[in-house]
Design a protein around this ligand. Structure first.
Ligand code: IPD
Ligand code: CA
Ligand code: CA
Length: 257
């Protein structure tokens, strides 16, 4: 199925005022341990779902804030995280993004990540490269762990993973220049894709967290696998290790232990 990426990005841009609406961001519900959702999340999802329905009525829609049990991944599916970085949104940390992917029979075809605070629109088309505001992007060329800047994700909704996480963070920290944690998995992947960081890893991410970013990193020349170097399945939660391709093996040697 052919998708008009420019049209979809035009739709995505319309959510900006919603991200900047402090009143709606302060209307918070608890989903689980350390896990919140705001009216902004719901409104962004509704706006994108309605818009995509009008453009492509036959494509299924998976969104973080809805029940997705009926999605058939052998067919075409949109995968949306309306607000990736809700904790940041609640704290006005200004580091949240919309993440939207399109896949067909589990193959990613299009990935879009939009950062409304900086107006940065990242997108990638399978076989067509990765772009930031219309300019081609590439992963970094840093080729040693010692010189690398590595982003970590804490999987904040599963404290059972904390021991393993903090062991990995220490191992990686002792071998690289420094580590970063920005609170949005989608933006972390976008930053690997455009070379701001050299790698990023997180123990559990859901399809809407990583689908668009995975295609961005791959189309920008990097690699995305689980901690054992195995390919990811966009229909299920996954371990995610993304890297520039030059330090990927060294990183996996630490994480795969
Ligand atoms: C979360 C963010 C966070 C990451 C979590 C995600 P949410 O998404 O991407 O950075 O550490 O694993 O679940 O809940 O803000 O959409
Ligand atoms: Ca998310
Ligand atoms: Ca979210």
């Amino acid at each position: 199925m052919k998708i008009d990426a420019a049209k979809v990005m035009e739709l995505v841009r319309t959510v900006k005022p919603l991200f900047l609406d402090h009143e709606q961001a302060a209307r918070i519900e608890v989903k689980g341990l350390a896990d919140f959702v705001t009216q902004v999340d719901f409104k962004v999802q509704e706006m994108i779902q309605d818009g995509l329905m009008q453009l492509y009525p036959d494509i299924q829609f998976m969104g973080e804030e809805k029940d997705n049990s009926d999605i058939d991944f052998t067919g075409p599916v949109w995968i949306l995280d309306p607000v990736d970085g809700t904790t940041n949104l609640i704290h006005d940390y200004r580091n949240s993004a919309l993440s939207l992917a399109f896949c067909d029979n589990r193959q990613l075809e299009l990935g879009i990540i939009y950062q409304p605070y900086t107006d940065e629109m990242f997108h990638a088309v399978r076989g067509g490269g990765a772009w930031l505001n219309g300019r081609p992007i590439h992963v970094s060329r840093v080729d040693t762990m010692e010189r690398s800047l590595i982003a970590i994700g804490t999987s904040p909704y599963d404290h059972g993973l904390a021991d393993r996480n903090f062991r990995d963070f220490k191992e990686v920290f002792l071998r690289c220049s420094d580590i970063r944690r920005n609170g949005s998995a989608a933006l972390e992947l976008a930053h690997v894709a455009c070379g701001r960081t050299d790698a990023y890893f997180e123990q559990v991410l859901r399809p809407w967290d990583f689908a668009a970013g995975m295609l961005l990193v791959q189309e920008a020349g990097g690699t995305v696998t689980d901690y054992d170097g195995e390919p990811l399945d966009v229909s299920t939660p996954c371990q995610v290790a993304a890297a520039n391709g030059l330090i990927g093996e060294e990183l996996l040697a630490i994480l795969g232990k």
